[in-house]
Structure formats: structure tokens, C-alpha cells
Write a protein that binds this ligand. Structure first.
Ligand code: NDP
Ligand code: X2W
Length: 312
């Protein structure tokens, strides 16, 4: 059976990439609105009620409006925006953390934010297993490619080639804090320091872990072992081997779309300090690839269909 999918916001950065992933796949037929109707409330309402699955690639307010347009019990929703990430009645679309079956059965799925995907992939399993404390004031240092800010930031970077690094979220009230704290089960919101660099796509999310200062009774190898075991069955999330003499970790420009995520663990001599670093594609596991992973699950298909898998 072919499932009909309507991407609301199909001309945006995330929406276009979902189309790219679904175009070659015979299991899905896409409902598309003509350009002059893509923001027309009547046409969107009709498409949202006609489709089996609606994928919302919209600003938060438009995503809330789209959900309010749905008047039937059949249409399932995958929302890429921040609007429903910690809302009642919504399933967080992170199958590795919440369980594939939970996503498979959901009718309302909220796609995780790109930075929280990197943060939670590392911290949530370590906190829930008790290896890292829930009440530590974690910090998150992260860089994103400029496509993470959608069409407006792409335009800004591509028209002003003189910006190499853009720190933001300087008021420390970033919209991703809620989901990071909630799904990692933390007492405090993390101190989050995001920045954009002059690359179209890609993301590096780092959590420093001063093991001895936090009084943790575990070593870097224990964190590595726990995360390797946690993701052992995953074709999407991988854990890099620990390297005794690491050189450098690079985020490159002009890379191909990638739907995986790799966790790196580095330690100092003596093992008192650890750096947990996740590398991913903000438009892959950070957005469009994650939406397709959830779409596969609610369609009864294998979760791991994605671009350039397995994890690199
Ligand atoms: N880019 C990324 O890496 C990530 C994005 N997201 C989230 O995904 C969502 C989409 O982001 P992104 O693709 O980057 O943003 P873009 O700005 O690139 O795309 C948003 C699209 O929505 C369209 N749109 C705006 N308002 C309406 C409306 N009322 N009705 C129909 N269409 C509308 C825009 O139209 P127009 O083309 O005319 O501007 C645009 O095409 C956001 O909530 C974002 O936070 C989440 C994770 C990562
Ligand atoms: C580089 C950049 O601007 N990134 C966006 C986040 C992109 C993303 O994850 O979107 P959601 O907010 O919907 O989760 C930001 O920091 O606001």
C-alpha cells in the first residue's frame, strides 16, 4: 500500500531535504501544493486532511496552526519544529532513546532539535544508567552549519562571505534548553553555547565532563563501554573507538547529506577529564533524516533507511 505524505513547508530547507529522501521511494506518494497555494490556509487544510502522514517543516506558529487544521483521526503528524517537543500527547521522535515501538505506535511525533539530538545521544543514556549525575550543571558547546538557521541564515551567510563564526544564544535562553533538560532528566538546564560556522551543513556538539571534579566513580572507558552497548544495535548512531593518541576532529565544508551520528570520547592523561563530542548533519539526523526515520517506523518499515548510512 502506498502512503500519501504531505510536507507542509516543502519549499524550505528541511522540507526540500525530506522530498529529496522520499522522491526515489515507491512506498510513498507526495501531495504537493502549487507554489501560489503553499501558504494558502484552505489548500493546506485540505492537504493536511487528505494525507496519511503530514510532515511539518514550518516555523513554530505555522506548525501549531497546521495541527489545528487537522479534523480527522487518521492523519499522523511529524513536526520538525520546536512547537511540540515537550508537549503532552506528543512522542519525541528519537527512537534510540524512547524506543522504536513507541515511535511506531505514535500519531503525533515531534522531531528532536538538531543540537539536542547530539546532546541527548550522549548524555541521556549516561544519566539514566547512573554513570553521570543528573544534578551536574552541564555545559554544551556546539557549532552548526548555517543551513541550521533555514533559508534566512543561508541567505545571510551566502550573501556575506565575510562571517567565519557567529556566536549566538548569548542571553542563554535558547529554545532547545527545555528538551535537553527534559529528555536527559537533568535537575538544571544546561549552559548552552551555540555558534554557526561558514559551512553549509554539519554540526559538532560537545559536552565537557570533568569526571573527578564531579565526583563520578567511573572512568572514560566506562562511558565508552556504556554508550557502545547502548547503540550496539543501531545502524544510525555509532560510537568511535577510543584513540590513545587522538590528533584532531574536523568538520568539513561541502559534505554530502548524512543521516548518521557518531559519538567520540576523548580523555586526558590520567582520565580525570573527558570530552564527549557528537558529530552529525543538522539536516540529517538533526532534522530531515530523523523525520524520515520516524516516517519509516510509523509506516511499518525498517527505521534505518537514510542517506549515507551506516554511521561514519
Ligand atoms: N534547518 C535545520 O537544520 C533544522 C530545522 N528545524 C526546524 O524545521 C522547521 C523548518 O525549518 P527550516 O526548513 O530550516 O526553515 P526554512 O525557513 O528554510 O523553511 C520554512 C518554510 O516554511 C514556509 N512557511 C512559513 N510560514 C508558512 C505558512 N504559514 N504556511 C506554509 N508554509 C510556510 C516558508 O516559506 P518561504 O519559502 O516563503 O519562506 C519556508 O519555505 C523549523 O521549525 C526549524 O526550527 C529543525 C531542526 C534542524
Ligand atoms: C544554526 C541555527 O540557527 N540553528 C537553529 C536551530 C535549528 C533547529 O534545530 O531547529 P529547531 O529549533 O526547530 O530545533 C537555532 O539555533 O535556532
Amino acid at each position: 500500500m502506498t502512503l500519501s505524505v504531505f510536507i507542509d513547508g516543502a519549499e524550505g530547507t528541511t522540507g526540500l531535504e525530506i522530498r529529496e529522501r522520499l522522491a526515489p521511494r515507491g512506498e510513498f506518494s507526495l501531495i504537493a501544493l502549487p507554489d501560489d497555494k503553499r501558504k494558502d490556509a484552505v489548500a493546506r487544510r485540505e492537504a493536511l486532511n487528505d494525507c496519511d502522514v503530514a510532515i511539518l517543516c514550518l516555523p513554530d506558529d505555522a506548525a501549531r496552526e497546521a495541527v489545528s487544521f487537522i479534523e480527522n483521526d487518521r492523519t499522523k503528524v511529524i513536526d520538525a519544529s520546536t512547537a511540540h517537543r515537550v508537549a503532552d500527547g506528543w512522542t519525541y521522535g528519537f527512537p534510540e532513546l524512547v524506543g522504536e515501538d513507541t515511535v511506531r505506535q505514535a500519531k503525533r511525533i515531534s522531531n528532536p532539535g538538531c543540537y539536542p539530538t547530539g546532546f541527548l545521544a550522549m548524555v541521556a543514556p549516561l544519566v539514566s544508567s547512573g554513570l553521570l549525575p543528573a544534578d551536574w550543571p552541564y555545559t554544551v558547546n556546539a557549532v552548526s552549519g548555517y543551513s541550521g538557521g533555514g533559508k534566512a541564515l543561508i541567505r545571510r551567510f551566502e550573501e556575506n562571505t565575510n562571517v567565519a563564526w557567529r556566536g549566538y544564544g548569548l542571553g542563554m535562553g535558547h529554545k532547545h534548553l527545555g528538551e535537553m533538560q527534559h529528555y536527559a532528566g537533568l535537575t538544571h538546564p544546561p549552559l548552552f553555547a551555540p555558534a554557526v560556522v561558514d559551512a553549509h551543513r554539519g554540526m559538532v556538539v560537545e559536552v565537557p565532563v570533568p569526571l573527578s571534579a564531579m565526583g563520578a566513580k567511573v572512568a572514560a572507558n566506562d562511558l565508552h563501554g556504556a554508550l557502545s552497548a547502548f547503540y550496539a544495535g543501531s545502524k544510525i548512531v555509532g560510537v568511535a573507538d577510543m584513540d590513545d593518541s587522538p590528533g584532531e576532529l574536523l568538520m568539513r565544508k561541502n559534505v554530502q547529506p548524512w543521516d548518521g551520528l557518531t559519538i567520540h570520547i576523548f580523555k586526558n592523561e590520567g582520565g580525570s577529564q573527558v570530552r564527549l563530542i557528537a558529530t552529525l548533519d543538522n539536516l540529517g539526523k538533526g532534522a530531515s533524516g530523523a523525520a524520515v526515520q520516524s516516517l519509516n517506523l510509523i509506516s511499518g518499515l525498517a527505521a534505518a533507511t537514510g542517506l549515507n548510512l551506516p554511521a561514519q
